[in-house]
Design a protein. Sequence first.
Length: 130
Amino acid sequence: MHQHDRLYQKRFCALRKKRENIRMQRNKLYAHNDEQRILSNENLTDRHPILYPDVQEMIDFALDCTGLILGVLTDVNHATQYSNIDDWEGTLMLTRLGLKYQEYDIQQREKAFEAEMQRRLGGNDNGELQ
């Protein structure tokens, strides 16, 4: 568990600047937007930008942490993403190929079964009994 702690701590520390930007905008722009703030020439959104990818990264981190905590508490860990999601088209292509092979294999087995039945029953190649 200690190795996970270090990884999450490292990720958390890497988000420090983004957390600070959100905190500054929240405190100065949204929560305490008073006359002094309005009259100042300071542009908080330029000095402390919050971009969509930053917010998405922080949400993903929060979800990862929540999943880890739930896994520790319940001893159940569910995958949040498929490991081969980038190869989905290849996976589908191989699945289709496997289905075609399965159909061909079934046809060959049916032919072999019919031939064996004809042989056992004494039929000829035309399917007629002798």
